[in-house]
Design a protein around this ligand. Structure first.
Ligand code: DGT
Ligand code: CA
Ligand code: CA
Ligand code: ZN
Length: 580
C-alpha cells in the first residue's frame, strides 16, 4: 500500500468523524497525519516494521502510528470500519455543498437514507427535504443551485491551493540533482483566480536531451502521484489525490524561454503573438522563434528575447489575456504594474474581539514585521451575530483599546481605529452615526440577504455609501471563489457613485474572495474610483494573503499610484480618503 492510499484512508476517517460530530481536535489530528504522510518521500510501508521511524514524522503520534500500522496490514482502521457501518463514503462529498454541514448530512441520512449527490438532488426536487427541520423551500432552492455550481466548479482549483501544490511538487522535483529552475506556467503564472490544471516547466543540466530520461523517471515516481496519466520523452502527466492534474515538462536550457512563453498562454495571447510573428516573416512555437526563410533561430532562451525580437516591450504574465497588451507593448505604453513592496498599509482585519484569531497587539506586531507602516483594525458589527459582532457600546470600548495599542507601538506602526460595519437590508448601517464618527476607517460591507433583486441590492449599497462616515466599500460583490456567485447588483452604477462621493472601493485580497475581480477593478479605474487592497485577515498569517491581491491588481493593469494604501504614511493615506 502506497503513501497516497494511506493518506486517503486517514482523510476519509477525518471527514467521517466530522459527520459523527466528533471532537474537533481528533478530526484535525487525522487531517494533519494525512498531509504528513502524503509529504513523505520514503514509502511508509517500508518503515512500518520499526514504529520509531513513524513516530519521527512530524504530525504522527503514538495513536496515529498504530493506525498507520493497521492501515498497512488491513487497508483500514477499526475506527473507520466502525464509522462506515454507520455512514457511507459518498457522504463525504456532500459536505462540500452549501448549507451541508456534518449535522445536516447525518440528518438527511438517518431521515431519508440519502447519501450521495444524485440522490440528494432527487430528494430535493421531489420536495422531501422540506419535511425536515430547518430545511424549507429556501434551503432546497439554494441546495439545488449549489449542486449545479459544484458540478460546474469541481474541476477547477483556487489559486492559493494550486500554488501550494505547485510548491510542494517543485520541492520534490528539486531533490533530483541537476535541476536548477522550476516555473509554474499556464493560468497559475498569469495569476488567474482559479486554475484548471498545473503546468510545471523544469530546466537544468539534467533536462538536456541525452540525459533527460533519468529526470523523467524521477518525476514519474514522485510519492504524491495518485494516477500516472502519461509519460513521454520529456513530459509527465499525473493527478493528485484531490484530482488536480499536473503536466510537468523537462526542457533544455536553450529553449526554456520559448517553452515558458508558449505554456504560459493564454491561448488567445499566443494566437495574437504568432500572427505578429508571421507578419514579420517569423514563426513561433514551443521551441523557438524562427526566421521562415532559413529556419534559423531568432530567439529561444528567454521570454525577454522573444518579445524584443517581435518589437515588443516585455509583457508581464498577468497581462497576457489578449486584452490590449500587444498594442500597448508595441507603443511602449504598458503600465508599470504594482508590486508587493509598494504596499504600506492594510485597512481591513479582524481580532479576537469578533471572529479573528489574534489580538490587536499581535496583529500590529505581525504587520510591523511585514514592513507595513499602518493598519486599521476593523472588527464586525452586531448584525453578524455568529462572529460575536459588536454593538455601539462595545465598538466604542474597542476604539479605546486600539488607541492604547497605537500608543504602545510608539510610532513604529500606526494602528487606526476602524470597523467593518454591516450594510443592513435596506441600506441602513448597523451602528449609530455617533459611533461611526469616532472611527478613522469605516468599511461598510454586505453580509446578509444576498438574494435581493438587483434593483433593491443596488439601492441598498448606494444608500449605505451615502452615509458620510463610510470611507471604504468592502468586498463589493460578495462572491466567494468557486463557492458563491456575486449577488445581483449594478456594479457600474455603484462604482460611479463611489467615485463621486470619494468612497474607496476594496479589492479584498483573500483568495477565497478576490472581490472586486480584475475586470471590475479595471472598470473602477476607468470611473476614477479610489481603490484599496486589503487582506481582511482573520489571523496574523493571513496578512500574507496580500500577495494574491497584488496579482489581481496587476491583472487589472493597475499601478502603485492607483492604490491608496501605497501612501507612505497613515497621515498621507487619510488625506486621500473621503474627507470628514
Ligand atoms: P487552465 O489550466 O484551464 O486554468 O488554463 P491554462 O491557460 O493553464 O491552459 P492549459 O493548461 O490548457 O494550457 C497551458 C498553456 O499552454 C495555455 O495557456 C496556452 C498554451 N497553449 C498554446 N497552444 C495551445 C494549444 O493548442 N492547446 C493547449 N491546450 N494549450 C496551448
Ligand atoms: Ca493549466
Ligand atoms: Ca495543462
Ligand atoms: Zn466582510
Amino acid at each position: 500500500m502506497d503513501n497516497i492510499s494511506i493518506a486517503r484512508v486517514l482523510e476519509e476517517t477525518a471527514s467521517l468523524l466530522e459527520i459523527d460530530a466528533a471532537d474537533p481536535f481528533r478530526i484535525r489530528s487525522y487531517r494533519r497525519a494525512a498531509e504528513a504522510v502524503e509529504q513523505q518521500t520514503a514509502q511508509l510501508a517500508s518503515l512500518a516494521d520499526d514504529p520509531k521511524q513513524l513516530l519521527a514524522i512530524a504530525g504522527i503520534g503514538k495513536g496515529m502510528a498504530a493506525n498507520i500500522v493497521d492501515i498497512l496490514s488491513t487497508g483500514s482502521t477499526p475506527l473507520r470500519d466502525e464509522l462506515l457501518k454507520k455512514y457511507r463514503p459518498s457522504m463525504l462529498e456532500l459536505l462540500r455543498l452549501p448549507g451541508m454541514g456534518p449535522k445536516t448530512v447525518a440528518l438527511i441520512w438517518s431521515a431519508l437514507n440519502v447519501c450521495d449527490i444524485d440522490a440528494l438532488e432527487e430528494a430535493a426536487k421531489a420536495g422531501h427535504l422540506n419535511k425536515l427541520p430547518r430545511m424549507g423551500e429556501k434551503f432546497t432552492t439554494k441546495l439545488l443551485k449549489g449542486i449545479e455550481d459544484y458540478r460546474k466548479n469541481s474541476s477547477r482549483f483556487r489559486i492559493d491551493q494550486a500554488r501550494e501544490h505547485a510548491e510542494r511538487i517543485s520541492a520534490l522535483i528539486r531533490e533530483f540533482p541537476g535541476i536548477d529552475e522550476i516555473t509554474p506556467a499556464g493560468s497559475l503564472r498569469r495569476g488567474r483566480e482559479t486554475v484548471g490544471d498545473l503546468d510545471l516547466l523544469v530546466t537544468g543540466p539534467a533536462c538536456e536531451p541525452d540525459v533527460v530520461a533519468a529526470a523523467v523517471e524521477h518525476v514519474a515516481s514522485l510519492p504524491l502521484i495518485d494516477k500516472l496519466l502519461a509519460r513521454g520523452q520529456n513530459k509527465v502527466s499525473f493527478t493528485l489525490r484531490n484530482n488536480l492534474q499536473v503536466d510537468v515538462r523537462l526542457l533544455p536550457r536553450a529553449s526554456y524561454g520559448a517553452a515558458l512563453q508558449y505554456f504560459t498562454g493564454s491561448k488567445m495571447h499566443n494566437v495574437a503573438l504568432r500572427q505578429r510573428a508571421i507578419k514579420r516573416g517569423m514563426t513561433l512555437n514551443e521551441y523557438a522563434l524562427l526566421r521562415v526563410e532559413d529556419n534559423s533561430i531568432v530567439a529561444a532562451a528567454t521570454e525577454e528575447l522573444i518579445y524584443r525580437a517581435l518589437d515588443l516591450d516585455y509583457i508581464p504574465p498577468e497581462l497576457r489575456e489578449n486584452s490590449g497588451e500587444l498594442d500597448a507593448a508595441a507603443n511602449h505604453a504598458l503600465p508599470e504594474l504594482i508590486t508587493l513592496t509598494d504596499i504600506r498599509g492594510d485597512l481591513h482585519m479582524h481580532t479576537v474581539e469578533t471572529d479573528g484569531a489574534h489580538t490587536i497587539r499581535e496583529m500590529a506586531e505581525a504587520a510591523l514585521s511585514r514592513g507595513l507602516q499602518y493598519i486599521a483594525i476593523t472588527d464586525h458589527s452586531k448584525n453578524l451575530a455568529m462572529t460575536n459582532g459588536m454593538d455601539d457600546r462595545r465598538a466604542i470600548a474597542h476604539i479605546q483599546r486600539i488607541r492604547e495599542i497605537d500608543t504602545e507601538m510608539r510610532g513604529s506602526i500606526r494602528v487606526l481605529a476602524g470597523i467593518e460595519v454591516d450594510i443592513l437590508a435596506e441600506g441602513e448601517l448597523d451602528l449609530s452615526d455617533d459611533t461611526l464618527a469616532q472611527m478613522d476607517i469605516v468599511v461598510a460591507s454586505v453580509h446578509s440577504r444576498f438574494d435581493q433583486p438587483v434593483e433593491q441590492m443596488t439601492d441598498r449599497i448606494l444608500r449605505a455609501i451615502e452615509n458620510p462616515y463610510v470611507r471604504i466599500l468592502g468586498h463589493p460583490t460578495g462572491r466567494k471563489v468557486l463557492k458563491r456567485d456575486p449577488y445581483a447588483v449594478h456594479i457600474e452604477t455603484i462604482l460611479k457613485r463611489a467615485s463621486e462621493l470619494g468612497v474607496a472601493v476594496e479589492h479584498n485580497a483573500s483568495p477565497a474572495r478576490a472581490d472586486l475581480n480584475d475586470l471590475h477593478l479595471r472598470l473602477a479605474k476607468q470611473h476614477g474610483c479610489r481603490i484599496v487592497v486589503n487582506t481582511d485577515a482573520h489571523s496574523t498569517t493571513e496578512l500574507d494573503q496580500i500577495r494574491y491581491g497584488i496579482t489581481q491588481l496587476r491583472r487589472a493593469w493597475l499601478t502603485a499610484a492607483d492604490i491608496l494604501n501605497t501612501q507612505p504614511s497613515a497621515e498621507a493615506l487619510l488625506a486621500q480618503l473621503r474627507p470628514r
